[in-house]
Design a protein around this ligand. Structure first.
Ligand code: B12
Length: 215
């Protein structure tokens, strides 16, 4: 079994004690962080999700896989941050109110850091008032909102309305994502853009702050 297979198994099996060491071994073997995320960690998490949906995994197993991928990402995060020497902008990101899913949001945050953004991560279950307060405090160019539930995604328009009511809508662009989201919903909710995955999120974020390719 290669180190990549072992890392895949560790995330899938929720072996969060093993993931950091295996992630380091993957780096030592010459694999770049992006490969470890795109080709190993995300597919393992996706398989854990499929097992959950097929009633093979239940909440505890899924939580362990979530902890395992997070432990691996923690090893990679400094490398991404170091790579992003050029500062392209500041982003406030969070998972919306009522929603505790943070694996995808954390991935997006890590990759935005890698692309040169300063990321202020508000965590999960973030209220409209918290987003408004964070915009006032940190003055970001971009706000990223994540929702994984069809019920909680309905907090997105409330957050965007709160930003408008606070007179801050012209100061920030709003980028949204998460499994139940799509272009049409993003538009309906008043967001500026939608991205379906972390790579697309980086492209959209760079575009929104005017630092896209070619500028
Ligand atoms: C892991 C998981 C959990 C874990 C979360 C652990 C954690 N720390 O995040 C736990 C066990 C806690 C959990 C709980 C619940 N979950 Co859950 N969960 C999942 C699961 C299996 C995987 C989600 C995941 O992490 N995917 C991997 C990541 C990498 O993908 P992602 O989140 O989609 O993120 C990518 C993109 O969406 C995008 N993206 C994400 N955020 C952002 C933000 C921005 C700004 C941008 C641009 C892009 C972007 O980029 C990411 C990276 O590529 C999904 C099923 C699924 N296939 O999505 C169900 C799922 C989301 N859960 C579901 C449900 C119902 C629940 C619960 C209500 C209880 C239950 N019955 O299981 C609770 C709710 C808790 C709460 N209040 O939030 C349902 C939602 C149904 C719906 N349509 O509303 C799903 C779809 C499963 C299902 N089919 O029933 N869950």
């Amino acid at each position: 079994m290669t180190v990549l297979d072992e890392l895949y198994e560790a995330v899938l099996e929720g072996d969060f004690d093993l993931t950091p060491g295996l992630t380091r071994r993957g780096l030592d073997a010459g694999f770049d962080p992006q490969t470890l995320i795109d080709d190993v960690m995300i597919p393992a998490m996706a398989e854990a999700g499929r097992r959950f949906e097929d009633d093979v995994y239940f909440v505890p197993e899924l939580l362990s896989s979530g902890r395992a991928i997070t432990a691996g990402l923690d090893i990679l995060r400094p490398l991404f941050a170091a790579g992003g020497a050029r500062r392209v902008g500041r982003v406030v990101i969070g998972t919306v109110q009522g929603d505790l899913h943070d694996i995808g949001k954390n991935l997006v945050a890590v990759m935005l850091e890698g692309a040169g953004f300063e990321v202020i991560d508000l965590g999960t279950n973030v209220s409209p008032a918290e987003v408004v307060a964070a915009i006032r405090e940190h003055r970001p160019q971009l706000v990223g909102l994540s929702a994984l539930l069809t019920t909680t995604m309905l907090s997105m328009p409330s957050i965007i309305e709160a930003i408008s009511s606070a007179g801050l809508r012209d100061d920030v662009r709003v980028l949204v994502g998460g499994a139940p989201m799509n272009e049409a919903r993003a538009k309906e909710f008043g967001a500026d853009a939608f991205a379906a995955n972390a790579n697309a999120a980086v492209r959209a974020a760079l575009e929104l702050v005017g630092a896209g390719p070619g500028r």
